[in-house]
Ligand binder design. Structure first.
Ligand SMILES: Cc1ncc(COP(=O)(O)O)c(C=O)c1O
Length: 411
């Protein structure tokens, strides 16, 4: 597809997911993009041998694949089109994409405000590296409260970063409200939108400058590759491409980019099904006598349901729930599951669960913003694409194994 940006924005999400970045291969006339493994590209005979005369702005000009290669470009075009962003850079993982962006945008002495509850790998990068080792001032705040974000702003605030919905607790932050605060502060506003699965939340249209995704999750969807993306303002993406692509080097492989491009084509359909299944499962769990609490942004009982309803077109596939049992009560439940797999990661076709113990196991995260009634832990449930009835039956038989245990909670 070869349409200008304004025309792409008029297309529906399914059309963008299928056509953006796709095109006919000039040599073979194949209607699928080939995988280009070459690690060097012929330069024009005129002047382009000098780095300063190479056209870095042309996404189809290649010299060395650490900076850019054809399969990365095709995927970037697809994701930029799907998200509605001017430009995109893809990286080897979600952490690589986000760390690449922050290493580019922040220097020692700059101030960063971030969601206090965010994916533990990002939390560790911000606290242990950016803050403790590289001298970036860091304030972790409860971003579900825009007033707390406003109160944290300093004259040197350079970036405000929000993860919504948050991993693991599905907290929802008001993107438009925080965008206004960032604008006033003159800060770059970045949103990690991984949990939304891209098609159900459009932070750029709500005022974000950059959107980040772990492509490993819903965009891949098949549990077989790792990737990350930053999408948004062209001037910022160009800076990140030059700094992160050239100097940090966490480049995605051509094969992985090709796989992710293939997966992205079905993302709108898959997200619809994830969302439908998740709502059915969340309602089932909420009504179950052995379940202590359920958090799903699509449930009226979710503390930020109204904000989720305002800014999301679907609520994704991620649920948290706690059992009416102490810590020990979780293990028979997890062990009894037969269709649902106990494993890390999320956004796969198959349903996955992971047990998150209470404070003490992850002291750096604390319990602030965790559900008040968390007891001795909770389950993060990535609802897959299986038949909902089979997932309900599996949960039901595993919940039958739950016995009160440990010191907290009772059946
Ligand atoms: C919200 C969020 N952001 C970023 C990441 C990091 O992505 P990756 O595992 O692809 O590095 C994850 C991983 O779980 C995540 O959940």
């Amino acid at each position: 597809m070869n349409l200008p940006f304004e025309e792409i924005l008029k297309l529906g999400p399914a059309t963008r997911a299928i056509h953006c970045g796709e095109g006919v291969d000039a040599e073979t006339k194949a209607i699928r993009r080939p995988i280009v493994l070459s690690n060097s590209f012929e330069l024009n005979d005129s002047s382009e041998t000098l780095p300063e005369s190479f056209d870095w702005d042309d996404p189809h000009a290649f010299n060395y694949p650490r900076s850019r290669h054809p399969n990365a470009t095709y995927l970037e075009e697809r994701l930029a089109g799907m998200e509605g962003g001017e430009d995109c850079i893809v990286s080897a993982s979600g952490v690589a994409a986000i760390s690449g962006a922050f290493f580019t945008l922040l220097s020692a002495g700059d101030h960063l405000i971030s969601s206090r509850i965010c994916y533990i790998g990002i939390h560790g990068f911000l606290v242990e590296h950016l803050s403790k080792r590289f001298g970036v001032e860091l304030t972790l705040v409860d971003t579900t409260d825009p007033a707390a974000v406003r109160a944290a702003v300093r004259p040197n605030t350079k970036v405000i970063h929000v993860e919504t919905p948050s991993n693991p607790t599905t907290l929802v932050s008001d993107i438009a409200a925080i965008a206004a605060i960032a604008r006033e502060a003159g800060a770059v506003f970045t949103v990690d939108s991984t949990f939304s699965g891209l098609v159900q939340q459009k932070p750029l249209s709500l005022g974000a400058d950059l959107v980040m995704h772990s492509l490993t999750k819903y965009i891949n969807g098949h549990g077989d590759s790792l990737g990350g993306a930053v999408i948004g303002r062209k001037d910022l993406i160009t800076q990140i491409r030059l700094a992160a692509g050239m100097h940090l080097g966490a480049t995605i492989s051509p094969f992985t980019a090709w796989l992710l491009m293939r997966s992205a084509a079905t993302l709108p359909l898959r997200m619809k099904q994830h969302g439908e299944n998740a709502l059915v499962l969340a309602r089932f769990l909420e009504a179950h006598p052995k379940v202590k609490f359920v958090r799903y942004p699509g449930l009226e009982s979710h503390p930020q349901h109204a904000i989720a309803k305002k800014q999301m077109t679907g609520y994704g596939g991620m649920i948290n729930f706690g059992l009416k049992a102490g810590r020990e009560g979780y293990f028979p439940f997890l062990g009894a599951l037969r269709v649902i797999t106990h494993a890390v990661c999320l956004g796969h076709a198959e349903s996955l669960v992971q047990f998150y113990p209470q404070e003490g196991d992850h002291p750096e995260l604390g319990v602030l913003n965790y559900p008040e009634d968390i007891g001795e832990g909770f389950v993060r449930f990535s609802v897959g694409l299986e038949d909902a009835a089979d997932l309900i039956a599996d949960l039901d038989q595993a919940l039958a194994q739950v016995r009160p245990g440990g010191s907290v909670g009772e059946c």
